[in-house]
Write a protein that binds this ligand. Sequence first.
Ligand code: 26V
Length: 810
Amino acid sequence: MFKDKESFKKAFTRQMLDKLGLPLEEASEADVYKILSGMIREHVGRDWAKTNTLYKAQQEKQVYYFSMEFLIGRLLGNNLLNLGILDMVREALKELGYPFADVEEQESDAGLGNGGLGRLAACFLDSLASLQYAGNGTGIRYKYGLFEQKIMDGNQVELPDYWLQRGNEWEVRRPDKQVEVRFWGNVVTRELHGRLIFETVQYEAVRAIPYDVPIIGFGHPHINTLRLWSAESMMDPFRQPSGQDGSYYRYLDYNRSVESISEFLYPDDSHYEGKLLRLKQQYFLCSAGVQSVLRTFEKLNLPLTQLPDKVAIQINDTHPTLVIPELIRILIDDNGFGWEDAWDITNRVVGYTNHTILSEALEKWPVQMVRELLPRIYMIIEEIDRRLRIELMQRYPSDPDRISRMAIMENNQIRMAHLAISGSHSTNGVAALHTEILKKREMKDFYELYPSRFNNKTNGITHRRWLIYANPALAKLVSECIGTRWIKHPQELNGLIKCCRNAGFQSAFANVKRHNKEKLANYIFDKQGIRVNPESLFDIQVKRLHAYKRQLLNVLHIVHLYNQLKENPGMDIVPRTFIFGAKAAPSYYLAKRIIKLINTVAGRINGDASVKDVLKVVFLENYSVSLAEKIIPAADVSEQISTASKEASGTGNMKFMMNGAITVGTMDGANVEMHEMLGDDNMFIFGLSAEQVQNYYQYGGYSAWDMYNSDSRIHEVMDQLIVPGLICSFDNEFRDIYQSVLDHNDEYFVLKDFASYSEAHLNIDLAFRNRQDWQKKAILNVAHSGKFSSDCTIRGYASEIWRLIPVQKK
Ligand code: 26V
């Protein structure tokens, strides 16, 4: 069916008739999408089954990546790419009169994640399958993904993302694999043959139904599974038919509460809130996921003591930490294990990845909530805490402060990070700097207790989606220059180093960038009616809106540039297009105000004819995976400007680098490792170091008001937030932002870093004038980006944490 273009066209036309009863001329793009995705699904079905059979036969160890988020985006193009037929299908459809780009748009993004953490999980799945590891994803099939963002009058408005409305061609519902998850109830303890038995009674049961999504490896028929769980009602959740005890209304309430479990993704990744529904989601994922893992293991007919030889579970942040007590519960209560063995097995199975050091995002569940919703799990957590305290008492007999700092339960809260570290054999950070900060500061006590558990795994991105698929013109050019080995061995992108000075290659490289910029310019015009000049420098910041990511620094600097141009209309600057894309958590007031500010500044500048040839500002609505694929290949400059020490790694930084954008950034997250390879020549580094930031927090010595009073540029732009003029249209329009900076002593050092940021931008301006040298820098960025392929990251996890080898036919 996919042998060659002609047989594909024939099969495709035929299926259109057979399945939809449509002659090709009458098919819409939606019909084409449906038939094409259906054909791929059929095509991979057999290999999917074969992969599973192979896993069973070979009995190789498997990893389960547990995550509350998988930010997949669209699958059609990626699946075709990994099957090796994207170009053929693209051409065939074109010949049949359907541009592939229009067909792709028929698919909704699977937006089951907020940002970096969810997208990382999706990149990891792609690498696991492509490297032929037995690697499974375990997540939740939210009915509503991350909200759709509309900008109205400059403000963010959230609309529900009902991504399943048009159906999901990539999932298979598996009712035969359902499991039961239990909430509430009371634990009854009794003794049986000298052993304590724990039984939970009067619980409420929920049905967990898996939906399996095939994850297609690149270049071979290796197909893994992402299993997404959906909550459904049971007929007799209280173990008696509803109505029998006059509780029909209770059943209706139950029904509604069950459906809510997998109803929507929490849209906030910045502030932890102890919400019952979120805790339910987490336990739902953990319990369903662990039960399913154990069912698969059972088929091997091995004793559970061998579980750690066959199964690794990686928890993506603390959100799935309840896998630890859940696994212990099943081992003890359902399989008769004693505490020590259950604890030891669990510890060897689980690994934990930390993704943030922001204290406001750390999960701490109220004791009472956990005790009521999950009574048996609560008992187990209490026991873990009790044993940890004993261990600590023995180790630090005269240091009670340390014990309360490290305890799992303290002040009526359960600290999930402490539970995750003590219940697992590995804790990793996501970039070298981040891991150092965990070891030296944030988790210092635990590092001292368990030094060998701590390790670094710098994040990565899949070069298949983010380079080959999103930027086919660049991928082709790269292959023309260095051959195609880099596709399987992304580190070999460094073969480009030798081409970076070649004038012919530089100009071909520049043409690709120019072509991508034209495409983005057209998109911007179609969507928002703004004309941007593809000749101008495209300076882009796309990511979640957070105070620490400092979109504010970027926009204040734009206002400053604008002021300069107004003062000195003849000023010689490189024409710039500043592009933003960002969603704010719906309840994050300041973040939403910054969106309004960016849009206000954009409106003012774009409406001012006197700067129309040199300055444009665009805020692109509804930033998402599919939008990122359009934006990133068109960037000249990538803004990675978080307050040093705050961004655990960043992954957008890597995507831009791989697409030949040059970074203006702080020494934060993975920027540090980019800088190590690129040096000052090929990156624009500015701002305080992580250490300087830490010192200010610890010892003080910084005054935002002093900054404001001593730097006239800062004074001017800050006043423009509250005084009508070039930006504001009425008094105090952005006083909230103004105060958040000045009255809270500029927690994120926006003003402190303003001067060095401006200077970095002056250097960018100068560098961009020398086009050849600029191309050289851009090429070197691509050349060094192979280290940030998630293939590299996954190999690290596999060999050092999971002890996994690729599964190949013997
Ligand atoms: C936190 C919370 C807390 C409240 C409930 C909902 C929710 C959802 C997600 C999160 C996680 C925030 C942590 C996170 O996304 N970290 C990012 O992880 C990326 C991948 O490792 C990394 O590149 C980014 O630097 C880091 O900010």
